[in-house]
Design a protein. Structure first.
Length: 194
């Protein structure tokens, strides 16, 4: 999956990170939140990790021929993810990625203009399996880690073979920790979940 990434030479990012660390120490309130977020982005760039804007990616990839999202997004610890889109009431047109069940938790809400061609005359609920992270990319903790991947078929719960492991930085910005191709065995295990 080809996505647009922000990159920077490590040394330049490290210099900017230090600058923001120094600035953070001298600020009490004004811009403190933004300075922390920018500092975190430069830190990730100094480690050679590109930054992506998740909403831009969803807009770029859009929908498949069945008017379903091409991409899925989930916390790395989840086994399944549900894409929901409401056609009624105050939530009309709201699209989101959530956990399963009636008492679900929303992980990512997408603005109305993300999928302009999504059918808004009926509720939509699609479920798919979350890919497996291979041992060499598995972080010590999955807290704050997410997966982005292309869904081959929402009905068969089958992911395509190119997931991306992400770390949330700020708002819609995520650091790319790893990308890989699922092996045939990993893909079969994931698609066999129920």
């Amino acid at each position: 999956m080809k996505i647009e990434k922000v990159t920077m030479p490590k040394e330049r990012a490290k210099k900017l990170w230090r600058e923001y660390c120094k600035t953070l120490k001298t600020r009490e309130k004004d811009y403190k939140k933004e300075i922390k977020e920018i500092k975190q982005c430069y830190y990730q760039l100094s480690k050679g990790r590109p930054i992506i804007n998740i909403l831009d990616i969803f807009k770029k990839f859009g929908l498949n021929e069945n008017h379903q999202p091409i991409l899925a997004f989930a916390p790395a610890k989840e086994r399944f993810i549900v894409f929901r889109q409401s056609a009624w009431g105050a939530n009309r047109g709201l699209a989101s990625f959530t956990s399963e069940g009636w008492n679900y938790k929303t992980f990512l809400s997408l603005p109305d203009d993300t999928f302009p061609h999504l059918k808004r005359d009926r509720d939509c609920e699609l479920r798919t399996s979350v890919p497996i992270i291979p041992p060499k990319f598995l972080p010590k903790t999955l807290r704050g880690c997410y997966l982005l991947w292309e869904v081959e078929n929402w009905e068969t719960l089958r992911p395509k073979r190119d997931p991306i492991l992400l770390k949330k930085l700020s708002g819609n910005l995520y650091a790319v920790l790893a990308t890989w191709n699922l092996t045939k065995i990993e893909a079969m295990i994931v698609s066999g979940r129920r």
